[in-house]
Design a protein around this ligand. Structure first.
Ligand code: AMP
Length: 322
């Protein structure tokens, strides 16, 4: 498969690399690292990494403006479903390659390379780059590390395997980047965000079966001077709370005219619940979009049911009797 991916990259002179809407560090890092690796290997090719960015992730690098190009190859990274592709129309491209670590949702009609056991799209790319003639340098290695670290939450999640550590070890050995310096760029944040995190902790509601959730209205977002992506971006910080098995941020996005939900779990499977509410994702990390807080609370009820089943199956009644 790696050889085939490389063959298509070699064949096309115009290449666009896209990913999912609602940019996150793994999505952005994987497209930028792949773009830079292709350009390093084939300087004459035109390669664009496109989609809406976020100033919050500017440490990862710069995205390109989309341009229509003749006879172009589209590479989609970190995206399982067509409806969430950011900024490109698949039908305009000669050929499509998907490189993803989400559970399979739908075929994009080209070359599909899915490793749903990988921690991140960046982990898959580390492997591809290492095993093809695609070139790498210290900067690209750092970009890949950003994405892997973000999606594995610094090796905290069960999506980390011996292969994850082995790839990181190889890249650290080869490119000798300073991980402490990278963490400074990734994790430094303004005080208002920290205060806002305090607001979430203070106001989180916990259901009978250990589902923690918070409704974040536009007024609250404005009061703390954060943006509507902030609650979702900090959701992993609410892991490991004894009384909370599943947790969600429910955020009003007035500009987009919708309610964004980010969900995480320490046990119950949540992506099947998210799928019923215009969402999806991984078993333990999912998201959904709805129109009203009422609809979001229906989702919370479903999560509560899933949590109850999990509690019963695992005989955890005493721990989650809130
Ligand atoms: P987030 O909470 O936005 O970080 O998303 C967690 C995971 O769920 C990521 O893998 C996303 O790609 C996925 N996800 C988030 N929102 C949606 C949605 N509306 N539809 C399908 N998947 C989603």
């Amino acid at each position: 498969m790696y050889k085939e991916i490389f063959k298509y990259i070699k064949k096309y002179n115009n290449i666009v690399i896209a990913r999912h809407i609602g940019v996150d560090p793994d999505a952005m890092a994987s497209q930028i690292a792949l773009r830079d690796s292709i350009k390093l290997t084939f300087p004459e090719k035109k390669v664009l990494a496109v989609g809406n960015g976020s100033t919050k992730f500017s440490y990862i690098g710069k995205l390109d403006k989309y341009e229509d190009m003749e006879n172009a190859l589209l590479i989609l990274v970190d995206i399982p479903d067509k409806k969430r592709i950011d900024g490109v129309d698949i039908s305009k491209f000669d050929f499509v390659i998907k490189i993803d670590h989400h559970p399979f949702v739908e075929d994009f009609g080209g070359l599909e390379y899915i490793v749903d056991t990988a921690s991140s799209a960046c982990e898959i790319l580390m492997d591809i780059i290492l095993n093809t003639k695609l070139e790498c340098n210290k900067e690209i290695a750092e970009t890949l590390y950003y994405g892997l670290i973000s999606d594995s939450n610094r090796f905290l999640f069960s999506n980390c395997s011996p292969k994850t550590f082995s790839l990181v070890s190889t890249y650290l050995d080869m490119y000798k980047f300073d991980i402490a310096e990278l963490y400074k760029k990734m994790y430094a944040r303004p005080l208002n965000e920290v205060r806002f995190e305090g607001y979430i902790a203070e106001n989180m509601i916990i259901t009978d079966n250990g589902v923690g959730y918070i409704d974040v209205t536009d007024d609250i977002i404005n009061k703390y001077k954060v943006d509507s992506a902030a609650p979702g971006n900090m959701i992993n910080n609410f892991n490991f709370i004894n009384e909370v098995l599943v947790w969600a941020t429910i955020t009003e996005d007035v500009k987009a005219g919708l309610i964004r939900i980010s969900i995480r779990s320490r046990g119950p499977v949540i992506n099947t619940v998210a799928e019923k509410f215009n969402g999806g994702g991984h078993k333990m990390a999912s998201g959904a979009r709805v129109e009203t807080f009422e609809e979001a609370h229906l989702l919370i009820n479903e999560l509560d049911k899933a949590a109850l089943e999990y509690i019963k199956e695992n005989k955890l009644e005493e721990s989650y009797d809130n």
